[in-house]
Design a protein around this ligand. Structure first.
Ligand code: SF4
Length: 457
C-alpha cells in the first residue's frame, strides 16, 4: 500500500503523525504534498470565533474584545517566537494599531507598486495606486485626529507630523520600487509572470489550523515547467545579512509547501513543479524626502540672485573673487542649472535616490544595496522539523485565550525590536481593567485573515 493510502486509511491523528515521522527517512516520498489540500475561497467561515470555555470568552467580551482562531502564517510564527503575548494581541484578539510606523508604510507601498508593475508593467498606474494609498492613509489619520481637539494621534504624534512621516515613507518606497524596476527587472525573454500576490490557503493532515501564504510573485522559467517563488524584502541592514539564513527560513518552507499543494490540487496534469525560490532584497536609502529636494532652496535662491547680478557685471565681479569663492560660485551655478532640469520636487528626489543607489553599488560591490538570490530546493517539502513547527503554531493559533499562557518575552528584547518600541506596550503595562480604554484609543479590531479577505475583494 502506498504511503498516501496508508495515511488516508490511518485511524487517527496519532497514527497519521507516526507515518509522517517515519517518512522523513524517505526523502523521495516527501516530494509530493499529497497529505495537504488547498482550501478554496469561502471554503470555511472566516475568521472563526471558536467556542472556548464560556467563562474565558465571557471575560474577554466584557473587555470589549473578541477572540479569534488564526491561520498559520510565517509572520505570525515569527511574532510568536519574538514574544507569545505579541502574537496573542495581534492574531488571537485581532488588535491592530490605528497608526502605522514609517517602516511598515515603506513595506506596504513598496509591495503595492512592485505587484502592480509585475501585473501591468505600467509605471504611471503603479504610482497612481501608491498615491491613492497615501491619500487613504492621510484621510484615516485626519479622521483619527478629529476626535482629539489637539490633533494628537494614539502614538503621541501630532497628526501633521505623522502625515509628513507617511509622505516621506511613501516617497522613499516609490523611489526604491522604481529604481529596482529600472535596474533589476526580470528578463521577460527568460521568465514568464505566472502569478502575482497569490493568496494560498491549505489544510495539512493532522494540523488543525489552516496554513496561509501570500506569495509576492511566481515566475515560470520559459521553455521549462519550472516555477520559482519570488519574495521582495526591504531592509535597513546590509542585504548580505539577509541571505545568511535564507534557506532555513520558515517562510521559505511554508511558501514552498503552499505552492506545491496548490499545484498538486489544481494543476496536477500541467507538469509544473516548484524548483526554487528567489529573494529580491533592497536596502532602504539613507536619504529622505526633505528640503534638499526643493528645486531652489532659500539659500540657493539668495545665491541665484547674486549670480544673476554678477552675470550682468561678470568680469569685474568674478575677478574680484578669491579662488574659494570662484569654486563655490561654479558649484552653485552647476546646482542651479541642474535643478532647473527638474519639473518637480519628486523628480529631484528620484534623481537623488537613484544617485545614492548607483554610488552605493559602485562603492561596495561586495555589499550592494540590491541583491537577488536564487536557489533550488534540494530537501523534502516537509521534514519532521517543519511538521513539529506547524503543530506548535497550530496550538498557538487555537489554544484557550489565557494571557498567562501567551507569556510576555522575559528578556524584553522583543519590546524594543530593531530599536522600535513594541506597539502593544500600553496593553502590557496595564492591568486587564485598563484594557477597554487603551484598546478604544489605540487599536482597531481587524485580524490578518480579515485583512486578506479585504485585499482579495
Ligand atoms: S510590549 Fe514586549 S512583552 Fe508586551 S507584547 Fe510587546 S514585545 Fe511582548
Amino acid at each position: 500500500m502506498s504511503l498516501q493510502n496508508k495515511i488516508m486509511n490511518s485511524k487517527g491523528k496519532l497514527e497519521a503523525r507516526e507515518l509522517i515521522r517515519k517518512e522523513r527517512v524517505e526523502p523521495a516520498l516527501t516530494r509530493l504534498p499529497f497529505w495537504a489540500t488547498i482550501l478554496k475561497k469561502g471554503h470555511r467561515p472566516d475568521p472563526g470565533v471558536r467556542k472556548f470555555v464560556p467563562q474565558e470568552l465571557e471575560a474577554f467580551r466584557q473587555l470589549g474584545v473578541n477572540v479569534y482562531c488564526s491561520t498559520i502564517r510565517s509572520s505570525g510564527i515569527t511574532d510568536y517566537r519574538h514574544c507569545p503575548r505579541k502574537f496573542f494581541y495581534r492574531y488571537r484578539l485581532g488588535l491592530k494599531p490605528k497608526t502605522t510606523t514609517p517602516a511598515l508604510t515603506i513595506g506596504i507601498i513598496y509591495h503595492l507598486i512592485v505587484a502592480s508593475l509585475y501585473r501591468h508593467g505600467d509605471v504611471q498606474k503603479a504610482l497612481a495606486l501608491a498615491a491613492q494609498k497615501g491619500r487613504d492613509m492621510e484621510k484615516e489619520l485626519q479622521e483619527l485626529a478629529a476626535n482629539n481637539p489637539l490633533g494628537i494621534l494614539p502614538n503621541g504624534k501630532a497628526v501633521e507630523e505623522q502625515i509628513e512621516g507617511n509622505l516621506k515613507a511613501l516617497q522613499k518606497a516609490k523611489t526604491m520600487a522604481l529604481w529596482a524596476w529600472e535596474n533589476h527587472p526580470f528578463n521577460l525573454d527568460k521568465w514568464e509572470v505566472w502569478d502575482v500576490e497569490k493568496l494560498i490557503e491549505i489544510n495539512f493532515i493532522s494540523i488543525v489550523a489552516p496554513i496561509r501564504a501570500r506569495v509576492d510573485l511566481i515566475l515560470k522559467e520559459k521553455g521549462t515547467n519550472n516555477l520559482y517563488i519570488v519574495d521582495h524584502k526591504t531592509t535597513n541592514a546590509p542585504c548580505m545579512e539577509y541571505f545568511a539564513t535564507v534557506t532555513r527560513r520558515l517562510q521559505t518552507r511554508l511558501y514552498r509547501l503552499a505552492v506545491e499543494t496548490m499545484l498538486y490540487n489544481q494543476h496536477k496534469d500541467s507538469g509544473l513543479k516548484v524548483v526554487g525560490m528567489i529573494y529580491d532584497v533592497i536596502r532602504k536609502p539613507a536619504i529622505s524626502f526633505s528640503s534638499q529636494d526643493d528645486l531652489i532652496t532659500a539659500h540657493s535662491s539668495q545665491i541665484a540672485k547674486k549670480i544673476e547680478k554678477a552675470r550682468g557685471d561678470h568680469g569685474k565681479a568674478f575677478t574680484a573673487m578669491t579662488d574659494i569663492q570662484k569654486g563655490a560660485y561654479r558649484k552653485r551655478q552647476k546646482e542651479i542649472d541642474r535643478d532647473s532640469k527638474f519639473s518637480s520636487r519628486w523628480e529631484k528626489h528620484l534623481w537623488r535616490v537613484k544617485t545614492w543607489y548607483d554610488d552605493a553599488t559602485k562603492e561596495s560591490p561586495s555589499e550592494p544595496p540590491f541583491m537577488r538570490g536564487r536557489f533550488r530546493f534540494n530537501s523534502p517539502v516537509v521534514t519532521e522539523e517543519l511538521f513539529l513547527q506547524l503543530r506548535e503554531a497550530s496550538r498557538a493559533c487555537r489554544a484557550n485565550p489565557d494571557p498567562a499562557r501567551y507569556y510576555r518575552d522575559p528578556s524584553c528584547t522583543a519590546c524594543n525590536l530593531f530599536g522600535s518600541k513594541c506597539v502593544y506596550t500600553p496593553l502590557c503595562n496595564s492591568t486587564l481593567e485598563g484594557w477597554p480604554e487603551i484598546i478604544e484609543a489605540n487599536y482597531e479590531t481587524k485580524t490578518r485573515d480579515q485583512e486578506d479577505l479585504e485585499q482579495e475583494e
